[in-house]
Ligand binder design. Structure first.
Ligand code: ATP
Ligand code: MG
Length: 283
């Protein structure tokens, strides 16, 4: 069996969550800050710790078989990789921002202006699509100080909370792309048995993260009303209680409308509701 290689960020915003998701998949490996490569002891897999900018091309060229990286970096490098799974972390948007007092409030008004960015490829595509002729100034970091220094009229950068923009007297006026961390593979490797196994494990961890295990007690006369509120994975488990007219119901519920569901369960007669985290859901 060929040992696969997965590239993840060595340090930075995606490192911790990338390590966490792999560990939650039951993969055992040492995570020394100093090492650039780590061997998984219970799966034919090696982990390469790299700068995120290098990951798309390593995966494209097959130096790594898999990678975890922000979609924005993949688009920026233009690498040809296969998207296997969105991972739900590292979420951010790439936005164009201007000084608070700027009169630039439409893309068209960027015509003839200077825009500072570390993402020239994504920006250029966007400007072209909008038929705007602006000068792109490629800066490797701290682009948000550009307008204040008179270096640029606008910036194009990653925004998650917007705090950095605010602190620099900037306001975003248009969002160009949304991004999150994704699992990618070398094209053609999507159907490799071990790759499929890793994707399935990751999906079961992701499913479990958005659901909770719920146990509650209900009088038999209210059972139907409570069960109707619980979709469960298939149908809920109903267990008899010592008190004859009562049963315990076990089910899985989605975190999304969690409190709405809990309140309607209570209203339908549910009591002693216990909510537990789920580690994995294998379907
Ligand atoms: P490296 O040293 O690996 O090159 P980096 O400094 O280029 O790291 P980070 O700042 O660690 O990159 O960000 C990694 C990724 O995290 C980004 O490419 C983006 O997809 C995502 N991300 C999420 N929120 C933010 C944010 N607020 N600022 C920057 N990146 C963010
Ligand atoms: Mg980088």
């Amino acid at each position: 069996m060929k040992t696969l290689k997965i590239a993840i960020q060595k340090s930075g915003r995606l490192n911790e969550k990338s390590v966490e998701i792999l560990k939650n998949c039951g993969l055992s490996f040492e995570n020394y800050k100093s090492s650039l490569i780590s061997t998984v002891t219970n799966f034919p897999l090696e982990i390469l710790f790299l700068r995120d900018d290098d990951i798309p091309e390593y995966v494209q060229d097959g130096i790594a078989d898999l990678g975890i990286v922000g979609e924005n970096v993949i688009v920026e490098t233009g690498a040809n990789v296969s998207y296997l799974q969105k991972l739900g972390f590292g979420k951010c948007s790439l936005k164009i921002a201007v000084k608070n007092d700027s009169d630039i409030d439409t893309v068209a008004k960027l015509d003839g202006k200077v825009i500072a960015t570390s993402y020239p490829v994504i920006l250029e595509k966007y400007l072209k699509a909008n038929q705007v002729n602006a000068q792109i100034r490629n800066i490797s970091g701290s682009v948000e100080i550009g307008p204040g220094l008179g270096l640029s009229d606008a910036i194009f950068d990653i925004v998650s909370t917007g705090g950095t923009l605010k602190n620099n007297g900037l306001k975003p006026f248009t969002s160009v792309m949304n991004s999150e961390a994704v699992l990618v593979s070398t094209p053609g490797l999507e159907f490799n048995t071990e790759v499929v196994e890793i994707v399935q494990r990751i999906q079961s961890v992701l499913r479990a993260r958005t659901t909770k295990y719920v146990v509650l007690n209900v009088a038999k006369e209210n059972l139907k009303a409570v069960v109707d509120l619980l979709p469960g994975v298939k149908s809920p488990t109903v267990v008899p209680l010592f008190e004859e007219d009562w049963v315990a119901v076990h089910s899985v519920i989605d975190e999304q409308d969690f409190w709405v569901k809990i309140n309607s369960l209570k209203a339908a007669g549910a009591q002693g509701i216990v909510v537990m985290p789920i580690e994995k859901i294998i379907t």
